[in-house]
Design a protein around this ligand. Sequence first.
Ligand code: MTE
Ligand code: MO
Length: 511
Amino acid sequence: MRTSRAWWPLAGLIAGAVGLAVSYAGAALLHVRDSPVVAVAEGVIALTPGPVATWAIDTFGTADKKVLILGILAVLALLFGWIGRLAHQRWWAAVTGYAVLAGIAVVAVLTKPTPGLIDLAPVAAGLLCWLVVLAVLAEWLRRWELVEESGDRDAEPMHIRRRFLVALGGAAALAVAGGLVGRIAGSARRRAEQSRRLLRIEGTTAPAVPDGVGVGVEGVSPWQTSNDDFYLIDTAIIKPTIAPADWELRIHGMVERELRLSYADLVRREITQDWITLNCVSNEVGGDLIGNAWWSGVRLSTLLAEAGPLPGADAVLQTSEDGWTCGTPLAALTDERNAMLAVAMNGEPLPIEHGFPVRTIVPGLYGYVSACKWVVDLEVTRFSDITAYWTEKGWAEQGPVKIASKIEVPGHGADVPAGEVVCAGVAWLQHTGIAAVEVQVDGGRWQRATLAAAPNLDTWVQWRAVVDVEPGDHELRVRAIDTRGRTQTGAVAEVVPDGATGWHTVEFSAG
Ligand SMILES: Nc1nc2c(c(=O)[nH]1)N[C@H]1C(S)=C(S)[C@@H](COP(=O)(O)O)O[C@H]1N2
Ligand SMILES: [Mo]
């Protein structure tokens, strides 16, 4: 009897555990809502016939989900052992086994609401670990077996066996480490999420959408962007999870008095609130990297006045907890506009992805030079002395938003009845404001659109126009005019280095 034989199932089991642990840690670190095993468990629940589910709840009570997960893990343990045995004779059979398991996980993950590609990363990482770890262990087992078969006493079977056991122990340690990382990362997220849920910030109120801001045309984006629909842009693969109790902001550099603020210190101050539209410099003409929310926070002009900027300073270098930086004109943070350290978005504590617990919002500047999420450090300085994350990559130092307008109705390629066609969309130039919007059909004369109301200069404005068209293909353009009478340019510029320009154009057919 060859002793090496007995080790194959254990090798399979350990390889399986490494893959599971790595996928669990990956899901926690990437903030994927569920680890693959949990996604599968939820899939099982969804597929469970009612009477069986009732029986499970009656029998196991609130532990029913734990029992299910333990059951899935037990089944997996058996399958992993079996896959290990299969690998002894037929490597491809083991690979197929893993592929089937990963396939089940992929289906479970993709059937969750709003799955993204990132949600599949933990599954991919787990599959890779299964294959690599089992391949390594199998290699040592085969050598051991060869030595045993040769019956050659000088071939040092002990030596090879020891190497195999070291590899096995290493893999087991990796599995344990993955499990720990998953637990710790998951608990940091849970802690931040829990403190966020319990947070009540005095002085912040729920948004009330002002009257008359909508043109009432179906297909136009809601004037208020919900937190769930708000675009997300950042460089953080792993989103910082900061409980308010652990947050601290330092305001320093060219100031008379350095300030260190805790979260409680911050929200003790007067809360300012406003509707502000935020957009990304990378937004293409007609793109949707833009959103409008009710922001609550503390005015930066007040905080900076407490610190006392020194003469000669013209910039504030903002740094986030994850090390992202941006340089913001000091003037934009100290003038009369409502630049703030925001703590709430649409009446709720900031979502973690949008910078919880504190982020900066500055009306009139693109996000990349102003809207630092998870902000922890403000250094008052000079532009000539600093570089920041995006300026180092060739983007402009100054990023005031550019006037822009967009057609949302009719959609590009739409078929509409000939005659009077309702057109609608949005236009924006935060901090300056939109005075008028004009549309043009097939290069003809520019026609004034009707504007909906806007509560201030810092939000986008919805517009609506009716154009008369003959049957056939048409081209519709839009341009905006700001409150100082300047008309949006039709000259086309790419998003790099400081924002796109050009008139948004859609083609449609009238029949
Ligand atoms: N910490 C951090 N803050 C950041 C960024 C980032 O990468 N990291 N990206 C900025 C950019 S480019 C934009 S457009 C806005 C987007 O904010 P949102 O994701 O809340 O919409 O955040 C800004 N703040
Ligand atoms: Mo951006």
